[in-house]
Design a protein around this ligand. Sequence first.
Ligand SMILES: *Cc1c(COP(=O)(O)O)cnc(C)c1O
Length: 461
Amino acid sequence: MTDLITTTAADADSAGAVSALSRNTKFTVYTERQLDKIEPLQQLTPEQRFEMRVVATVLPFRVNQYVIDELIDWSNVPADPIFQLTFPQRGMLAPEDFDRMAQALQRDAERAEIQQIAKEIRDKLNPHPAGQQEMNVPMLDGEPLPGMQHKYRETVLFFPSQGQVCHSYCTFCFRWAQFIGDKELKFASNEASSLHRYLAEHKDVTDLLMTGGDPMVMKTSNLEQYLDGLLHPKLAHVQNIRIGTKSLTFWPQRYVTDPDAPELLALLTRLVKGGKHVALMAHFNHWREMQTPIVREAIKRIQATGAIIRAQAPVVQHINDDPQVWARMWRTQVGLGIVPYYMFVERDTGAKRYFEVPLERTYQIYREAIQQVSGLARTARGPSMSAGPGKVEIQGIIDLQGEKVFVLRFIQGRNPDWVQRIFFAKYDPQATWFDDLVPAFGEEKFFFTDEYEAMQAQAQP
Ligand SMILES: *Cc1c(COP(=O)(O)O)cnc(C)c1O
């Protein structure tokens, strides 16, 4: 990275200066079939490479040359956080599942058998957490709208069909199941118009949240189809447009050197000038993702459009389960004009056995990190669990009426009346997710249990 900066200074013409921000301007990607083509992996032992292949046969794997060349510190592999963020590790599978797949690959089993074993292992990994599939599907003209979720009154989630991959995959991704051919999300053909019609009919929706995959893998011309229509006066109530993206980490070239980068920036500018609040919800797990010259340039260009960048991420073992990492990440973000937004608890799905952190520890990481930063970085809320009933924040661990308890609060609720309500769960040092928790003080239910169960019963097909 240092010699890149030296080259930049030497470049006079602007095209040269832009390409010197990164040696990768052409997008080159590797999936599990091309593991052997990734040059720096040759420094690992054959056993380590085989282990990666075993895991990548079960869980999605995709990495690009920019991540390999400019983000991973190969002198610190396997501990390097960006290596852990993108490359499969043996511990992601239970030992018995790992051995089963390893043996199948070693004896060169038929493709169909390998696929069957992979499917059986995946089915054990809770591929569809938090009732995502059944409970949040919006209806238009009496028909369910695929590719959309409407869980909280004011915000609609939209999954554009062209945006259902990412520039690289995160090893801990909670949407991993959709990347291995699981048709969790099917899409209508006339998506943009049904999105706009649905929004026009729902005047209490203030926010559209485009998500994926990563919407920023789409061509600008596709994004325009979804987003320009929001400027119509009928959709004036949709004030805030959020785009969830990991592109600032995995492909900041999207905003700088990609052929349609200028049109993308022009689109963001048009939305801002049209009166919308535009927020890029950037996923950053580690301050290292914000260090390259090209990401710095991308951030500046996005901000010049008037869009705001907000940052959110889960706490995950092996990557960022350390308050120092979070404090430095938040400080870096504030310094770059990025607003820290959410700290999440890793969901109970996929390779969680490798990544999960006890709730108690996650809470301590939040507290120790927030204590180190000024108020400008304390806009990060959490740690928050996106559970079935809503987003639940861990507010503290205290002794109350002679019992040790988790103090919890709804940040978002399936019923808006639950928001901001505090409730208590029995302290459990092993708990890593909301479903592990039971009410404190010997009570049978949480205050929302009956109502939530009624909602679930109604949603059953
Ligand atoms: C987090 C989330 C939102 C947005 O909630 P905010 O508190 O407004 O950030 C919307 N829908 C779903 C399903 C979510 O998980």
